[in-house]
Design a protein around this ligand. Sequence first.
Ligand SMILES: Nc1ncnc2c1ncn2[C@@H]1O[C@H](COP(=O)(O)OP(=O)(O)OP(=O)(O)O)[C@@H](O)[C@H]1O
Length: 361
Amino acid sequence: MDRFERQYILPGFGKEKQKKLKDAKVLVIGAGGLGCPVLLYLAAAGVGTLGIIDGDIVSISNLNRQVLFGEGDVGINKAEAAAHFLKSKYLDLKINCIPEFLSTSNAIKVLSSYDLIIDGTDNFPTRYLVNDACVLLGKPLIFGAIYQNEGQVAIFNADLQKPISYRDVFPDPPKAHEIPNCSETGVLGVLPGIIGAMQATEAIKYLTGYDYPLINKMLIYNLMHHQTYTLELEKNQQGQLLIPKSITEFENIDYALACGAADSILWNEALELLKGKPKAVLVDVRERDELPKLKNFPHLTVPLERIMENDSKLFEGDPLILFCQSGIRSLKACKMLKQKFAGKNIYSVVGGIESPSAPIY
Ligand SMILES: Nc1ncnc2c1ncn2[C@@H]1O[C@H](COP(=O)(O)OP(=O)(O)OP(=O)(O)O)[C@@H](O)[C@H]1O
């Protein structure tokens, strides 16, 4: 208990609340800009069991904000690197490390064994998926999000009398191309640090019953002038109707499609597909002389101009993963090929080869 003395001597906290933290099982989804500070502070505060799920690997451009990692971790799975670091700091901490992306096929199993779920991900399909799974399983969810200089934190699905979920606030997902991610907009590393620390604060308050957690409230924080304001959240019937009614229905939803993102994927998702799907084919739709080249991964080069010509390798590939310089030509090629090959899975990689997460370094 010596490790936590400064915490439990706080008036109103005490050893009882410290014990509640030790007994708690918390799942953190995404070990990125938000997930890293969440994990760091929950481990330091004495949460007994932490689950970490993330299928991505550490990139050099993550290091301005993903504070559990250093240069030596580049190329290593984030859940594994985070677990390794935290275990080396706190020997009694129990960690369940899941080095894969959360999806409809693993979500119910993964979420079931935790008391509290914390979302540290950065994309709408996952955010709606996590929300719906938490509603179906009756799990409280701590939501966090950032955009440029602003961040949001809320606790959903925790008030048994009036369970409010993310869908009550944002019933319909925006289209993926309407909302850029950090790789396109930029972010000061401290903002996910602040918002992640707020998510960890809310987790501690919720788990221990320490005062005033943000249940059914959303805190909005702006970094520029340190303004904060809190919204009281209300139920919204339109949002309620969009939540799947059963686990079977949930498992059959294509959240990427529902978020209009079916055609667009990130490089890390593209590489996962290439690894996991034996028939997956990566296609460069730029002209042959355009630079930089993608050297480390086998791929076809079929310039946009010739994309509709007959090509048996394109015909056989499934999924087809298209990339170009910045993601615009590949999106066009994707639309054209979808008409030609109805039913085939065809994706365009967001940001193209110029995206900081492109595997060219
Ligand atoms: N379905 C998912 N399951 C688990 N982790 C996810 C899922 N979707 C996203 N993530 C993870 O959430 C984290 C979000 O971190 P962050 O917002 O800092 O962005 P990033 O993807 O690491 O970096 P960048 O956007 O610069 O490429 C990432 O580590 C990402 O892999």
